[in-house]
Structures are given as C-alpha cells and as structure tokens.
Design a protein around this ligand. Structure first.
Ligand SMILES: [Fe+2]
Length: 436
C-alpha cells in the first residue's frame, strides 16, 4: 500500500513539473480597462567589483568617466529592490548593460537579471554599442589597468537566452534584433541598432527594416500594439549632440515605423532624460522616442511605462531614494548615506568638467567665469534630469545666464540656449493615447 502511495506521489510530482515546464503557457491578454507596468533601466554599464581594486589607477579612471562606475552594481541592487517591492510586469534594458563589454561583467549582469526574473517579471535585453567585441574591456589589479576578454555576437544571445532570445516569436537574420509577445495585445520589438561593434554609431539595414514590417504585419493581424526598445535614438535629442547618438539612417527608420503605426520607441545611449516626437505628414500619426537617462548618471533614475488598451501609454521617471536604501540596508559607505550631496559633487566634477574648460577660454573676468559656471552647472543638472524651457525660468534670471546671453557665438552659449528652446519643458512624464 505504502509503495502505491509513493508511486502515486511521484507521478503527481512529475505531472506538476511537466505542466509547469513542458506545456506551453498561454500568452495573457491585457483586458480593455486593465493596465501593465514596464520598467526601463537604461545604460546600467555594470562593472563587477571583481574587476576593480582600491588603487590610485582605478580612482583616477573613475574621475574620467561620466558614469558613477564605482557604484554600478549597487544601483542594480537598488533596481532589484524596487522590482521586488513594486512588482512591474516587464523590465527592459535597452543596451550598454556592461562596462566595456567584458565577459565577467556580462556574467554578473545575467545574475542580476535572474534575480529580477525570479520576482515573476518578464525580462528583455538588447545589446548596446559597449556590450560586444569591445577591445577596451578592462580590469584593475595591483594598481594597473589590464585588458580582458569581451564577448562575441553569438555569446551575447547565449548569455541572454532567458531574457528574450529563447521566447522570441521572430528573430532578425542580420542582427540580434527579435520580437517577443509578452501579451496577446502588446508585443515588444527589441532592436539591435549598433552599426559596427564597439563603435558608438547606430544604423538599421534595409533587410532589418523589411523584417520590422513583417513583424508589424503579424501584430496587425492579431490586433496587437508594438513598442520598440532599442539602444540608439530614433530622433535627435540635442541640436548639437546627435552624431553617433541618433541612428545614421533615422529618416528611413522613422518612415518604416510610421508605416507600421508604431507610436512608442524606448531608447537610451545619450545618457540624458529626453522625449522627442515626429509626426508623419502622410498619416498624421506621431511617434515618440523616449530616451531614459543612464542609471549610473545623474539624476540616477529609471523609466516606467504603463499601458492600458483603453487609456494608452503613460511614461514617467522614478528616482529611487538611494540614501534610504543605504540606511535600510546598513551600508556604511558615506558617499551612499549622503548620496544627494555626493552625486551633485560627482556631477559637477565629472560631467561639467568639459563646460568648465570651455568657460575658462572665454574672454571675461574670473568673477564672471565663476557666475557662468554656477549657472551652467545648475542648468546642466536640470537638463540631464529632463527639464527644459520654463522649468529653467529661475536660472534665466541669474547673472551667469545674462553673461552667457551677451557672449559672442560660442559652444557654451549654443549649449545653454538649446535648453530653453526645446520641444518639452518636462521630459519625465508623457501621456500618449492609442491611435485608432
Ligand atoms: Fe551608455
């Protein structure tokens, strides 16, 4: 009798395992008044602690990069905590997953994805220009910088098989782009946009554009919306910084995406928070390119896209409370416990350095240079965080701004004036109704 019960128990166990893993799970539908949440974590640039040491060489390197490299792993821990607490349905990573594409960094990033996926979220990635075949994959040991192994094109799709490639309903033959169907009525077109790894520029060739149209035809047949996720930008997010950020052939890509009635593109790469749109003269439809700022760059935030078939898309940025996380998790690092002050100083020292150098060249007094630098840093902080135009009103009243206005044409003037004649005042929030 005991043996029969044991055998029955084993059979039930085998049946449960088979039902969980072997029988294909039905793709869920988002009902008309329901909504789903998607997190967008852009440009995390993970550098494993295994690749660093506490040396002068490493500390000097930290001061040469715009991103807070020392804490890239910590920022991903914060994301994990946000995901565990808020349970988004989907988490997407639009490229530059790692610092300079080293294999060790990819292996550690995959472990982060595993933990995020364990919460029940659907997780998808695409590569960014830093992630593959990078000859500058580096690590620090004994106060020296060393080169290390990066990964190949094929290795990328193997490492990240569980985060998109395995579930793809269609894969592009020419790139690492793929199509997934997380919901019956909401599909994600994950595009691999790097032109020539690890060069920074982006491009989509003619065959990939044809494949995109095929994907769109499939979606239209099943009444599904498509959201595009890609590393490079579809539209220019700055009048002066666009080369190698915007896709080289963005006119063709814009036309193709309009033809497919796609409304939302989620990108990264430029490291600033910005939303731009383009309206088709032919159809009157508008496409939005929402560039989410890089996680390890000021203002250290991520994006959230909510989709409901009746209400459309709502995007907003979320800025995690780093100081609270550090305190709650008993982290003893003073930089993290006083993160607001530390990140501001880091931003001024690292990201505003080039602007300081430009200001030094101006033919004005030292006091005036100081006033200009003060205004430029304040405006830059807002600019990186996604604020433009009237959101900068107070700063337009400053002495520094008036000095910049009176200068002869120069880089710093062009850069500052660009901030006050932008498409949106607040690039942290947008509502996009669904086209009918
Ligand atoms: Fe990046």
């Amino acid at each position: 009798m005991k043996n029969i019960i044991l055998i029955m128990g084993v059979l039930v166990f085998i049946f449960i395992i088979a039902a969980t893993y072997l029988i294909p799970q039905e793709v869920p539908m988002i009902n008309i008044d329901e909504s789903i949440n998607m997190y967008i974590v852009a440009d995390p640039h993970l550098m494993s602690e295994k690749m660093t040491d506490d040396s002068d060489t490493f500390n000097n390197y930290l001061s040469t990069v715009d991103r807070m490299m020392k804490y890239t792993g910590f920022f991903l821990d914060v994301i994990e905590d946000e995901v565990k607490r808020n349970r988004p349905d989907i988490v997407v990573y639009p490229g530059d997953l790692t610092n300079n594409g080293s294999k060790v960094n990819h292996q550690e990033f995959e472990k982060h994805l595993k933990r995020v996926k364990a919460t029940g979220a659907k997780v998808y990635v695409v590569p960014g220009n830093h992630d593959i075949g990078n000859e500058k994959a580096l690590y620090f040991r004994s106060d020296k910088l060393h080169l290390t192994e990066s990964i190949t094109y094929d290795e990328f799709s193997k490492i990240y098989d569980d985060y998109g490639y395995k579930d793809a309903v269609s894969k592009d033959e020419n790139t690492l782009s793929y199509l997934v169907k997380p919901y019956q009525n909401l599909w994600l077109l994950m595009l691999d946009t790097t032109k020539d790894y690890p060069e920074p520029g982006g491009y989509l060739n003619r065959d990939t554009l044809k494949w995109i149209v095929t994907c769109s035809d499939m979606a239209k047949e099943e009444n599904a919306e498509i959201v595009v996720v890609m590393h490079h930008n579809l539209l220019d997010h700055s009048e002066i910084i666009w080369e190698d950020y915007t896709l080289d052939n963005n006119t063709s890509v814009i036309n193709t995406l309009h033809e497919c009635d796609i409304q939302v593109v989620l990108s990264g790469h430029i490291h600033i928070q910005d939303i731009k749109s383009h309206t088709s003269v032919k159809t009157g439809n508008t496409i939005y390119d929402i560039a989410t700022s890089a996680l390890p760059v000021f203002a250290h935030q991520y994006g959230q896209l909510t989709y409901s078939p009746s209400r459309g898309y709502d995007y907003e940025t979320i800025k995690p409370d780093i100081e609270k996380y550090a305190l709650d998790n008993k982290i003893e690092d003073e930089n993290l416990l006083s993160f607001n002050e530390y990140s501001e100083k880091f931003f001024i020292d690292n990201l505003c350095r080039k602007h300081k150098e430009s200001i030094e060249l101006l033919d004005i007094s030292d006091e005036q240079k100081e006033e200009v630098f003060k205004t430029v840093t304040e405006m830059n902080k807002k600019y990186f965080s996604g604020y433009r135009n009237e959101a900068l009103e107070k700063l337009i009243e400053t002495e520094g701004f008036k000095i910049v206005e009176g200068l002869d044409e120069c880089f710093i003037q062009e850069y500052i004036m660009g901030m006050i004649k932008d498409q949106n005042a607040d690039n942290n929030k947008i509502h996009i109704p669904v086209n009918n």
